[in-house]
Design a protein around this ligand. Sequence first.
Ligand code: AMP
Length: 179
Amino acid sequence: MPGPDLLDAAIRRIPDFPRPGILFYDITGVLADPAAFSYCIDRMLEQYKGMALDGVAVIESRGFVFGAPFARERRLPLILLRKKGKLPGETWRRSFALEYGEDTLEVHKSDVRPGMRVLLVDDLIATGGTLAASVGLLADGGAKVVGVFGVIGLPFLHYEEKLAGLPVTTLIQFHGECA
Ligand code: AMP
């Protein structure tokens, strides 16, 4: 099966999870399929080949699994963006609105250097709110996001508006909340 079809087949669609009306795109099937997972990491390496990067920032928790192999392959520092209260050191912190309620992300101040060129990685880009907050968080430490990567993109939720001016790459796009 060609790579894009392999990826499509490995992503499970779960209607009404975690709430009624949400179609959840589950990437655990991608991780359980070595060919599909390798396809994702190989495509990332290809996409950013030759791009000068100083670090890879990954969003808890599914961003970790895609960003870590890429960072290791490129021999780049891996920067964890974590939910509130998980990081023991001094942190930069940003809160942002979710569809219902609010969330907070933190990063260790010691992991972010002024002028650093960072690739930001998550598994799925929906409204782009999580990534936009992450861009701000890294900017607090003086770092510049030079690329945003998500395995899955949901462009019908208009993430481009929140990520205006940033080069966004997704490997597969879905165009609705239908299974
Ligand atoms: P957003 O901030 O709206 O772009 O939401 C992105 C974050 O929420 C990512 O970390 C995703 O893992 C998760 N997410 C949002 N919508 C979905 C969905 N339909 N299926 C799976 N994960 C989702």
